[in-house]
Write a protein of this length. Structure first.
Length: 300
């Protein structure tokens, strides 16, 4: 199971540490945060104690209405479950009682100026990616007109050269050679780079080039949701390529099916243009339009 630490969270969102500064190595393993509102009023039947606990204005306002004895009892009932950390939003003040309990139980208490809803959205997104199941595949990831595409094929078949042509046409490189695929939810996969290959494209006979420095910042982006899996293959003279084929094919990555297309290579074919066409055609299909179905209807 993937995990990150409280320190990773503090560094990523520049959180202020109010208590538990010696416990920054506490582990976070859940992809979403929780607001312990019901728990502060005494309901613990479904308390997700392994989640980061976010305390907003409503929770603090409620605690302020309680007597010292009642407030101490309610907070003690929550902190005894030892969640990874507590984060107070809106830079709220008057938190001595929270600091006291978190210090006693060695639980990090953090604070952010961010509004509660925005902070939860940012942290949930961060945790979903940081803790996502992932694999690494050989290929090239590009973003064509806002559509994430994984280009695959045998070494030397022309994946990187196709990516270069797409970049020159205004599209973006995400990763070359080693593509990291992350499953951020049951239906979506994002592609990104390994870090070491960020902005770099390897071209045979030329070597490594930095696409951001040569073609500008718009030629690269860190990640993209993968919606098409395109495989470049050698043209086979004995193969019958049916251009009217309407049956959908898929490649499965971590139990997520991605639409799959094979593009046979032959001298003179505009491979980058075919990739662009495939991307735009996928978008039209997403809107409910199929050129093949329209053609069959015309024939009928």
């Amino acid at each position: 199971m993937k995990k990150i630490t409280v320190k990773d969270l503090v560094d990523r969102f520049k959180l202020e540490v109010l208590a538990g500064d010696q416990q920054m190595d506490r582990v976070i393993v859940q992809k979403s945060v929780h607001r312990p509102g019901l728990e502060f009023v005494g309901y613990f039947d479904f308390f997700p104690q392994e989640h980061v606990q976010v305390i907003g204005e409503k929770e603090v306002a409620y605690l302020h209405t309680l007597s010292k004895e009642e407030r101490d009892s309610r907070i003690k009932n929550v902190v005894q479950y030892h969640p990874p950390c507590f984060v107070v939003t809106w830079n709220q003040e008057g938190l001595d009682y929270l600091i006291e309990h978190c210090t006693r139980e060695n639980i990090p208490l953090l604070r952010t100026p961010q509004p509660t809803t925005k902070f939860i959205e940012l942290v949930d997104n961060f945790l979903a990616k940081a803790l996502a199941e992932e694999i690494q595949v050989h290929g090239v990831c590009v973003n064509v007109a806002g559509i994430g595409i994984l280009l695959r094929g045998k070494s030397g078949i022309g994946k990187s050269e196709t990516a270069l042509t797409l970049i020159r046409r205004g599209h973006r490189l995400v990763a070359d050679d080693a593509v990291v695929l992350k499953k951020i939810n049951p239906e979506n996969i994002i592609g990104t780079h390994t870090g070491a290959t960020r902005e770099l494209l390897a071209l045979r006979s030329v070597g490594l080039i930095n696409v951001a420095r040569i073609y500008g910042r718009g030629a690269f982006q860190d990640e993209s949701r993968i919606v098409l899996d395109i495989e470049l293959v050698k043209w086979n003279e004995n193969e019958l390529y049916n251009d009217l084929e309407v049956e959908s094919k898929y490649t499965n990555y971590m139990d997520v099916n991605i639409p799959h297309i094979q593009i046979p290579l032959q001298p003179g074919r505009d491979v980058a243009g075919l990739v662009e066409a495939a991307a735009h055609n996928w978008y039209l299909q997403l809107q409910g339009y199929s050129a093949a179905e329209e053609f069959m209807q015309r024939l009928n």
